[in-house]
Design a protein around this ligand. Structure first.
Ligand code: ATP
Ligand code: LTN
Length: 332
């Protein structure tokens, strides 16, 4: 039986946050454990340069994110793990797909509008083209399922549209992928502003938990997390965004449901919830630091994993790219 191709990627910029872990990487690990899946995970370094990156920091972060993925249990002997820029087919297919994507569609993308406002001095073509490169990533591997956080669903829809449009013009060429949201914790919010998502580019360190934070830092940040008026512990994103966020984090960390957590904290105070939440997060992230330290210390081995992953990825990507070029009418 043909395995389901599962594809996802993360940008190696800044730190890996609890939001990235719960919303993405933890889920990747679970998908990898399913024998029916053939998983491919990338570090989307080409995407990071849509906003300015310091060259040394980009190099450092890319290696660090690779070690973080492996520390999170992504296993290069069962999944393909690689660095996007090592596989030139991504940039090439993105160009082809650009010619089947409308400027109007890209203009309407929420992330493009947000990032244009945030980086108004650098609204470059890449920032606008970001979803097309993401479509190229996905379509190169005939991906069936793409696990992402809710903030990336709009981009996934565009990838589906582009694939469908190309197939309509040229006949079946690309697999039309399906997006998959994580069950709980599809969106972890900032600890300081629970109406905004926890984001690795947030300048306020108290708003964000890094997967490499110490137990003390995690406890301190959660203790200081902004909560809501009143004292009842209920899940109500509209009226109690702070408490709801803590419930989401706790449920995800423990693998429980939000309803279970609400029952457990009936009649208890916010302080109790915070203590339990901090303990659960510390427990979930405990193995991280140790494995990470060992992996990052051996750069040669780390980069060998990346090269090996890129070679496997390229075998698949080259075939898909050739198929698309042939359909378009390029002389092969
Ligand atoms: P930025 O701060 O630049 O927006 P980011 O923290 O959103 O970055 P990305 O590299 O854009 O990180 O996202 C990597 C993955 O993590 C995506 O699948 C995304 O949906 C998921 N993700 C990011 N932030 C959160 C969050 N707060 N909650 C749940 N999932 C998240
Ligand atoms: N834009 C994504 C990262 C990403 C991605 C992908 C996710 C790049 N290419 C392909 C899924 C599939 C983000 O998480 N910000």
């Amino acid at each position: 039986m043909k395995k389901r191709v599962v594809y996802s990627a993360i940008q190696p910029s800044g730190i890996m946050t609890l939001g990235n872990y719960i919303g993405a990487v933890k889920n990747w690990h679970e998908l990898q454990a399913n024998d029916n899946n053939s998983c491919i995970f990338a570090l989307a370094d080409l995407h990071t340069i849509t906003v300015r990156q310091d060259p040394d920091a980009l190099r450092r972060n890319t290696k660090s994110f690779l070690a973080l993925l492996l520390a999170a249990g992504i296993d290069p002997s069962s999944s393909v793990v690689y660095i996007q820029s090592h596989v030139h087919e991504h940039a090439e297919l993105a160009w082809l797909l650009n010619c089947y994507t409308y400027v109007g569609e890209m203009n309407r993308m929420t992330q493009f509008k947000d990032k244009s406002a945030k980086h108004s001095d650098n609204i470059n073509m890449g920032l606008m083209d970001y979803p097309v490169l993401m479509a190229a990533d996905i379509l190169l591997y005939d991906s069936d399922v793409v696990p992402v956080g809710v903030d990336q669903m709009q981009h996934l829809e565009i990838a589906r549209d582009i694939a469908g449009r190309f197939n309509n013009s040229y006949g079946e060429t690309f697999v039309v992928p399906t997006g998959q949201l994580t069950k709980t914790g599809a969106k972890i919010m900032s600890l300081q502003d629970p109406t905004a998502k926890m984001s690795k580019s947030d300048p306020n360190p108290n708003a964000v938990i890094s997967v490499l934070d110490s137990a003390d830092d995690i406890a301190r940040k959660i203790k200081r997390a902004v909560t809501d008026s009143g004292s009842e512990i209920v899940y109500d994103v509209e009226n109690k965004p702070g408490v709801s966020n803590l419930l989401t984090i706790l449920a995800s960390a423990e693998g429980a449901t939000i309803e279970d957590e609400v029952k457990r904290f009936k009649g208890k105070m916010y302080g109790h919830l915070k203590v339990a939440c901090a303990e659960a997060v510390v427990e979930m992230l405990r193995p991280f630091r140790e494995r990470y330290d060992a992996l990052i210390a051996d750069e040669g081995a780390l980069l060998a994993f990346a090269r090996d992953g890129a070679a496997k990825a390229e075998q698949i990507a080259a075939r898909t790219l050739a198929r698309a070029k042939d359909k378009i009418g390029f002389v092969l």
